[in-house]
Design a protein around this ligand. Structure first.
Ligand code: PEP
Length: 251
């Protein structure tokens, strides 16, 4: 039985005071013990989040990491080992904003995935197609090849210690959400693809859906058999809305 996960990606949002308010709001939420809850603040706010959420059961992750796991001479980067030391347990890898805006390619993502696991951080690998790719009926090909980059380089077994987030790029921050059926189809295809290599890994790995999830649509998405929770952007910046999404996962 897979434990559902709801994770909030705060992106490049927040000031010290707004983050303090958000953390206070999160601590006042009721969460079901059956759901794993995590937040991904900007690097600057990780320590504050770790301190504030200590004992709350809410995990803290980072939105990025360096391609090398050990600290060293690499100006501006943050090493996986430093994230562990700061109290992170998870890290996002391959978010579409990093793939498309920053230009991270598959070799960079493989290196980051490997660096995370070397120190025990759990990578949350984001995959997803653009609108043009969906319209050209290339969704499964695109998502499949994003997964293959990791599988070919590191082996399918790495997904025993990772989470996958399917995030159609056309649904991120747009207010357009994949229907539960559209999302389920892709999630099932991802699980089938992994199962063709290793059935046990495929059964155990959590597949989150991301793309304009809100309290109003969360329960319908989370009801689908291969959707094991959500990666939430905009709605994660409001503690009550995020709390309601987490409760939808626990219901
Ligand atoms: C995201 O950026 O990971 C995301 C899912 O954003 P939103 O929920 O705002 O669409």
């Amino acid at each position: 039985m897979r434990r559902l996960m709801v994770a909030g990606n705060w992106k490049m949002h927040g000031t010290r005071s707004s983050v303090a308010e958000l953390l206070k709001g999160l601590k006042s939420q009721e969460f079901s013990a059956t759901v794993e809850v995590a937040v991904f603040p900007a690097f600057l706010h990780i320590s504050e989040a770790v301190e504030a959420l200590r004992g709350s059961g809410i995990a803290v992750g980072a939105q990025d990491l360096a391609t090398q796991s050990a600290p060293g001479a690499l100006t501006g980067e943050v090493a996986a080992s430093q994230l562990m030391d700061a109290g992170c347990s998870l890290v996002l890898i391959g978010h579409s904003e990093r793939r498309q805006v920053i230009g991270e390619d598959e070799s960079v993502l493989v290196a980051k995935f490997k660096a995370a696991q070397e120190v025990g951080l759990v990578p949350v690998l984001c995959v997803g197609e653009t609108l043009a790719e969906r319209e050209a009926e290339r969704t499964l090909e695109v998502v499949g090849s994003q997964l293959d980059s990791i599988i070919d380089a590191l082996g399918v077994e790495v997904f025993t210690r990772a989470v996958i987030a399917y995030e159609p790029v056309w649904a991120i921050g747009t207010g357009l959400t994949a229907t539960p059926e559209q999302a389920q189809d892709v999630h099932k295809a991802i699980r089938d693809k992994l199962a063709a290599r290793n059935a046990e890994v495929a059964q155990g790995v959590r597949l989150l859906y991301g793309g304009s999830v809100k309290a109003a649509n969360a329960a319908d998405l989370f009801r689908m058999p291969d959707i094991d929770g959500g990666l939430i952007g905009g709605a994660a910046l409001n503690a009550d809305e995020f709390g309601a999404i987490c409760r939808a996962a626990g219901s």
